[in-house]
Design a protein around this ligand. Structure first.
Ligand SMILES: NC(=O)C1=CN([C@@H]2O[C@H](COP(=O)(O)OP(=O)(O)OC[C@H]3O[C@@H](n4cnc5c(N)ncnc54)[C@H](O)[C@@H]3O)[C@@H](O)[C@H]2O)C=CC1
Ligand SMILES: O=C(O)[C@@H]1CCC=N1
Length: 289
């Protein structure tokens, strides 16, 4: 198989937000050749037409063309929702082979369950990316099955490093990682929504409240990155004794801000695990998670 990403044929099964985030990142960074990117979904033709015209890639929902794409792919990336996994694997099983690399972005779906669903020992990389991959600022967690050789490890790492940072972790840590960085962008957006709303309630125009919130979040993230200081230390520098920020942090504490965020991270992890467990695999998988 092709050992570099620019030569590799990459097939994305599922044409939704996560596959577009990765594809866009790969193409914008010129790490992959759009002519070698194949995208397929169940039926949404408009979505495929959009992806084809936006990125110059190959896209289809036609079963015969899908089969051809899958058979010639070096890397097959699974990007469907957990509820669609069983049907998708039934269709994929006869078309995949052990020279290919299978990459999953599906929350909660364990490597062991994928091996049972495929009834194969093909090389599998289980990942948890996030949507910031769209602009090359993704954060991806990754674990390898026993059969992933060094070439495949390098290829998978290269693929996700093209769209952000990569942490290789033990598979059992992928759920908590989902709680931190997989779902994480949504917490930040939710926080921003609340800040914008409060600014408007206090009398700012919608435009001002939005721009000020955006620059504040951007500036704070860059401060952590550029100064390498601990967020707690940077917070201390904003917080004058008995000043406005101290009063506002006390208000957050009164509403159990830290506990709420901790609960959110753990609840995401728990839900990812639940979704994986709910994917029905043929016996003898009952012991697998
Ligand atoms: N959206 C996010 O922020 C993240 C999502 N993920 C994972 O990515 C996966 C996809 O999520 P989204 O992109 O948000 O979902 P989505 O609903 O936007 O896209 C799913 C796509 O899969 C297609 N599909 C379903 N069954 C199929 C089949 N049998 N064959 C071909 N295509 C099929 C659908 O037509 C749709 O295009 C999920 O498993 C999720 O856990 C992982 C990290 C972050
Ligand atoms: O909400 C979800 O299930 C997926 C996994 C992490 C982000 N989106």
């Amino acid at each position: 198989m092709s050992t570099t990403l620019s030569q590799a044929k990459i097939a994305f099964v599922g044409a939704g937000s996560m596959s577009e985030a990765i594809i866009r990142g790969l193409i914008q960074t010129k790490v992959a050749d759009p002519q070698h990117i194949y995208v397929m979904n169940r039926s949404d033709q408009d979505r495929l037409t959009f992806l084809r015209s936006e990125y110059g890639l190959q896209a289809t929902s036609d079963p015969i063309t899908k089969e051809a794409y899958l058979r010639q792919a070096d890397v097959v990336v699974l990007c469907m929702k957990p509820k669609d996994v069983v049907t998708a694997f039934e269709d994929l099983k006869p078309l995949l082979n052990e020279d290919q690399l299978l990459v999953s972005v599906i929350a909660g779906l364990s490597i062991a369950k994928m091996e049972v669903l495929l009834d194969s020992n093909m090389a599998i990389v289980r990942t948890m990316p996030n949507t910031s991959s769209t602009i090359g600022l993704g954060a991806t967690g990754m674990s390898f099955s026993a059969n992933v050789n060094d070439t495949f490890k390098q290829l998978a790492t290269q693929m996700f490093e093209a769209v952000g940072i990569v942490s290789v972790v033990e598979e059992e840590k992928l759920e908590i990682l989902t709680g931190v960085s997989g779902s994480g962008p949504a917490y930040v957006y939710y926080f921003m929504e609340a800040m914008i709303k409060a600014g408007i309630e206090g009398g700012l125009t919608e435009e001002d409240s939005r721009q000020l919130t955006l620059q504040t979040v951007l500036g704070a993230a860059h401060m952590v990155q550029h100064t390498q200081e601990d967020p707690a230390e940077l917070r201390r520098k904003v917080t004058s004794p008995n000043g406005a920020t101290q009063a506002s942090i006390e208000a957050l504490d009164q509403y159990q801000f830290t506990e709420a965020v901790t609960k959110a991270v753990f609840r995401s992890a728990e839900r990812a695990k639940e979704m994986g467990e709910q994917i029905a695999a043929p016996s003898p998988v009952s012991k697998l998670s």
